[in-house]
Structures are given as structure tokens and as C-alpha cells.
Design a protein around this ligand. Sequence first.
Ligand SMILES: O=P(O)(O)OC[C@H]1O[C@H](OP(=O)(O)OP(=O)(O)O)[C@H](O)[C@@H]1O
Ligand code: HPA
Ligand SMILES: [Mg+2]
Length: 172
Amino acid sequence: MTDRLPHEKGFHVSWDQLHRDARALAWRLDGKGPDDGAWKAVVAITRGGMAPAMIVARELDIRAVDTIAVVSYHSGGGAATERREAKVLKAPDAELMGDGTGILIVDDLVDSGKTLELVRSLYPNAHYACVYAKPSGEPQTDTFITGVSQDTWIFFPWDMALQYVQPYRGQD
Ligand SMILES: O=P(O)(O)OC[C@H]1O[C@H](OP(=O)(O)OP(=O)(O)O)[C@H](O)[C@@H]1O
Ligand code: HPA
Ligand SMILES: [Mg+2]
């Protein structure tokens, strides 16, 4: 959670907005699979990719849905050498995946691109789709809907809650 602190701007995404953007992603991908245009399966990068992947699978009538769990952590010693590393905690079904041909891999966003870089190294022929993308990670994604600047932190609806705010008049 400390990652969001240095960011200049906040981009707040409601459930409604996420639903609209994930639908837009699905429609853009419709008929773009290899051969006859169909996709073999949807694979969500957990956890953030799960809600968008469900919406994409529903829109495109894809019943085969699997997950890949990627965890990223800080490695290295001091601040100068510290790097973000990504590791696969749980792999999807090997028989379903093959080399990735016809598989739609979905995540909520690409930021540095580390997560997608790792998954791409495992399934080079899959199609990588994100709802949101920051410039550093853009080259790792094949399709995305909305681009935001690198200094923007995206706040997803599952990380937020409604709360009381003071009226405009009446704040001391
Ligand atoms: O392009 P990157 O710099 O790798 O960052 C993007 C990834 O970071 C977030 O996941 P996170 O690892 O925080 O886990 P979560 O999906 O379980 O929240 C997000 O959901 C992406 O998967
Ligand atoms: O901007 C972001 N928002 C939420 N999670 C993230 N993980 C990496 N970047 C982000
Ligand atoms: Mg994630």
C-alpha cells in the first residue's frame, strides 16, 4: 500500500466505470482470436484481473476460465539497488495453456510491466489485455482501454469504501 504514496495524481474507478471499461475491452477483443477469431480461454492474473476477466468471459461467452497467481515483492539491499521482482505462486492448467495460442490473459492494469513480462515469458503466444495502462508497461500489453500517466495511482473499487465527508461550509 505504500506504493501509492509518491504518486501525484489519483484516478478513482467506481464499480460502474470498471464494468463499462471491462466491457469495452471485451468488445474490442471480440473476434480477434487466432484462426476463426474465437478465444480458447480467459486467464485472470490474480487478484486484480479476476473481476475484469469475469466480465470479458461473460461478454464473449467464454466458459473456460483459469487463473495465474503472480506476487510481486521488493528485492535487493539499499534504496539504490532495490528492484521489484515477480514470482508465479500458482500456474494455470498446462494442457489448457499450451504455448498460449488462443488464450486471453487479462489483468486490471499494467504499471511497470513486470507482472506481464513474467507471464509473457511463460506463454509468449497468448494475448495480453488490460483495462488500464501506464506508459512504462504499455509495450507489454496487446490491448488496453484507458491510458493514465506514470505518476497516477489507480484506485480500484475493491480497495475503496464510501465514507462521510464534512460539508464544504463548516470545515474549520
Ligand atoms: O505492471 P506491474 O508494475 O507489475 O503492476 C501491475 C500489477 O500490480 C497489481 O497487482 P498486485 O501485484 O499488486 O496484486 P493484486 O492483483 O493481488 O492486487 C495489478 O493488479 C497488476 O497485476
Ligand atoms: O496504480 C495502481 N493502482 C493499484 N494497484 C497498482 N499496482 C501497481 N500500480 C497500481
Ligand atoms: Mg494484480
